[in-house]
Write a protein that binds this ligand. Structure first.
Ligand SMILES: C[S@@+](CC[C@H](N)C(=O)[O-])C[C@H]1O[C@@H](n2cnc3c(N)ncnc32)[C@H](O)[C@@H]1O
Length: 343
């Protein structure tokens, strides 16, 4: 990590005024190593400042206004805040994308310490997305998709998979992260079949009533609702169950819901559960969200839709198609995937 610091202080016990900004606090080896990197990068180039405080049992690394952990040549696109990590950009890093910043990679590296196979997990997420969308288009006959929490454009996006089956298939991408909007042109097929809107899933009615959604999607015909890795970014108090129900209710019969979600497999794989508790702590500290839910909680998001075979299963087990099968490493039992049909 290349950090240029205008102000670096190492202090035994005196607590300095805490500047506003990203702050990582903890006691582990990770903090010690990152703090060392901050110290080593301590030169002032007028762009950034990092303050580092060393307590006997607690390390605090603070990146404050104009002091985010950025490579010297990082430039934020207009409207994009790179002093705070973003879910979309951390995930972009995990799936091998390039639209992320040092502040995001810092969070990703923390996650990788808990789950060293995190990059494989990212690839498994995108592979699952491709298989599920292909199934919906090729086997379930779905020709229109509402992809909420669509993420940054990456190697193969939903419309590209759907267009392999039918070039006229329509896709509306929805995300609330300005970074996605900045790079979203790559999500547009250029022929009117695709659109991208900025909206928040916590207000599902706004999405359902959005003029672009109404223009592109015909709510009298089956729709593929894609909730890939988004509901686990809603805390329990944000009513993810109500959000999912509102979206499901708006769809006509024959529609499908495809979902992936962080999974706490406490009952089935208790050895993995402690790892997800740690992951949940790291995500919430750095991103403010991240819920690893039990199987029954995830099943509830599907409501009375009928789960198609093989049901809710680890990603690699959902209709594998010959792509390299993931080994059962750290993250294998930490996510579930499923596709369900509205009768
Ligand atoms: C982990 S990424 C998943 C991207 C993609 N769906 C996939 O599975 O490959 C989660 C995405 O959900 C978006 N997101 C998180 N909270 C959201 C919200 N409240 N409303 C809309 N999008 C949200 C993030 O910005 C991010 O792009």
């Amino acid at each position: 990590m290349k950090i240029a610091a205008a102000a670096i202080s190492v202090s035994g016990h005196s607590r300095r005024r805490r500047p506003a900004g990203v702050s990582f606090t903890g006691t582990g080896e990770w903090y010690r190593r990152e703090a060392d990197k901050v110290r080593r990068g301590g030169v002032d180039n007028g762009h950034t400042a990092a303050t580092f405080l060393d307590y006997p049992r607690c390390w605090i690394i603070e990146f404050h206004k104009g002091g985010h952990p950025m490579a010297a040549d990082e430039v934020a696109p207009p409207g994009v805040d790179i002093s705070t990590p973003s879910i979309a950009r951390v995930y972009d890093f995990m799936v091998g994308g390039k639209d992320n910043f040092e502040v995001d990679r810092l969070v990703a590296r923390r996650a990788l310490e808990i789950a060293p196979d995190g990059l494989e997990a990212g690839r498994a997420c995108r592979a699952l997305l491709r298989r599920a969308v292909r199934y919906l288009a090729a086997e379930a006959g779905i020709r229109q998709f509402l992809d909420i929490g669509s993420g940054l454009p990456t190697e193969t996006n939903v419309h590209q998979v759907a267009h392999q089956v039918d070039p006229a298939a329509r896709v509306v991408y929805v995300d609330n992260d300005p970074s996605v909007l900045v790079h979203g042109h790559a999500l547009l097929a250029g022929d009117g079949t695709t659109a991208l809107i900025e909206a928040d899933i916590r207000s599902p009615e706004t999405i359902l009533e959005h003029p672009v959604v109404r223009e592109k999607l015909d709510f009298t015909q089956p729709i593929g609702l894609l909730l890939f890795s988004v509901l686990h970014h809603l805390n329990d108090g944000e009513d993810p169950g109500g959000v999912a129900a509102t979206l499901r209710d708006a769809l006509p019969a024959g529609s499908h819901l495809a979902i992936t979600h962080f999974w706490d497999p406490a009952e089935e794989h208790p050895e993995t559960s402690s790892r997800v508790v740690e992951a949940e702590r790291v995500f919430n500290e750095s991103l403010g969200t991240g819920r690893w839910r039990r199987r029954a909680e995830i099943e509830a998001f599907v409501g009375d839709f009928e789960l198609i075979e093989p049901g809710l299963v680890p990603l690699a087990e959902w209709r594998p198609d010959g792509e390299a099968v993931a080994e059962q490493k750290e993250t294998y039992y930490t996510m579930l995937a499923g596709v369900a049909r509205k009768r």
